[in-house]
Design a protein around this ligand. Sequence first.
Ligand SMILES: *Cc1c(COP(=O)(O)O)cnc(C)c1O
Length: 262
Amino acid sequence: MNLHHTSAYPSAVSLADFRRNLARVRDNIAAACQRAGRDPADVRLLPVSKTVDEARIRLAYAAGCRELGENKVQEAHAKWEAMADLPDLRWAVIGHLQTNKAKLVARFASEFQALDSLRVAEALDRRLQAEGRALDVYVQINTSGEASKFGLAPQDAAAFVRQLPAYASLRVRGLMTLALFSPDPALVRPCFVRLRELRDRLRQEAPAGIYLGQLSMGMSGDYELAIEEGATTVRVGQAIFGARALPDSHYWPGFATSGAQP
Ligand SMILES: *Cc1c(COP(=O)(O)O)cnc(C)c1O
């Protein structure tokens, strides 16, 4: 396994590259499922296309990708508009959202994975009602305790979830997290365990209509670990598309100074 060594990911620039990278990731998913005694059909691969341009995204589509994760709303919305000729391509917003961008998300996204405030829930619900749409959402949990990470503290999750039935357009699917960025599995794995155990607890006391089964956890460097610990969605960018030119601090404010990068 290759925890966060981005140079190991060559850029995919042809259909053959995408087919090969997708096959490799799916093989790794199957192997991790085998180790954990799980059915690979229970793990969804969400390719993450942030920073990737339209031409390469179209190659990924040709290679079979029908849903894509994007960290930034404006970037996602622009791509959705540019690729409106691909109506079966679904867009998941997986990064932090400000209330003033809720309107955009409500318009085009099929899924929002970074819900961590009631203000955002309220803004999204209002905009979704106006659009006549519903949205799958995941509650983001900060399982690493790093100040630079978004998400609710685990101990605040139960009270938060109890408020969610008020927002009828939000279809709550489960929990999402980013693990500690570290090359050491002994530090990464506990983040995934924490999310699973929190899900198991919350499920017992979830309000009617709130479904908390899904666990979105694991990225290029750690998705195999995440699957061993119960991930039902893995969000994989670089292992499919290749290493990103932009530093991760562009997507995770405070990341570069957190000292967690190996
Ligand atoms: C970028 C991103 C990923 C994917 O990271 P890779 O290292 O490219 O696999 C997963 N989740 C979120 C929230 C991201 O922003």
